[in-house]
Design a protein. Structure first.
Length: 185
């Protein structure tokens, strides 16, 4: 029961105090799940993020669900999901009930204008940290550069095709890397 409370409260705290959505939550989540609680190591966290990015839905909720499952099975899934979703739900409900004209209230407008650069910095931090670790060899760097060029310079190309293409190319490359080792046995 203590573990379920830890899962719930950890993701509730992350959801309640991180503004800017899922990617802005990742550095806070990593600090809590990897550094403070030790539930995952850095590599496991990166792999979890890779899996949760490919699933439909919000990355923070998907990550909370997957980590909850790894830690405590189905009860962990429920605790992680509720912890991640409940803060946003309660905040939006409060705004809808008590602050109907919040977007015309100048302190709120100023607050959100000040938060935007911090959110961009958090997302850039996640991209930098993940990129440094994930682009560890020439193959990964080449795939990254080709993917980036396709997204930036091919008008109308949907990013999902780049993702699928990268997955297929990597699967073929990984299979080709294993074959010589298997043939040598």
């Amino acid at each position: 029961m203590r573990l379920l409370w830890q899962i719930f409260s950890s993701f509730f705290k992350i959801g309640a105090f991180t503004i800017g959505g899922g990617y802005a939550m990742l550095p806070v989540m990593q600090r809590d799940v990897v550094d403070r609680l030790g539930w995952l190591d850095e590599q496991e966290f990166m792999e979890t993020i890779a899996v949760t990015q490919s699933a439909p839905g919000a990355i923070a909720v998907n990550t909370a669900i997957l980590i909850g499952k790894q830690m405590a099975g189905l009860p962990g899934v429920i605790a992680g999901c509720l912890g991640a979703v409940l803060p946003s739900f309660l905040i939006i409900l409060s705004i809808a009930v008590f602050f109907q004209n919040i977007l015309s209230w100048s302190p709120a407008i100023n607050f959100f204008a000040g938060v935007r650069p911090a959110v961009v910095a958090l997302i850039a931090h996640v991209a930098w940290k993940m990129g440094r670790k994930l682009i560890g060899n020439i193959y990964s760097l080449l795939l990254f550069l080709i993917s980036l060029a396709l997204i930036l310079f091919v008008p109308g190309l949907h990013p999902i095709w780049v993702i699928f293409g990268s997955g297929i190319v990597t699967a073929i490359w990984a299979t080709a890397q294993k074959q010589p080792k298997e043939e040598a046995k």
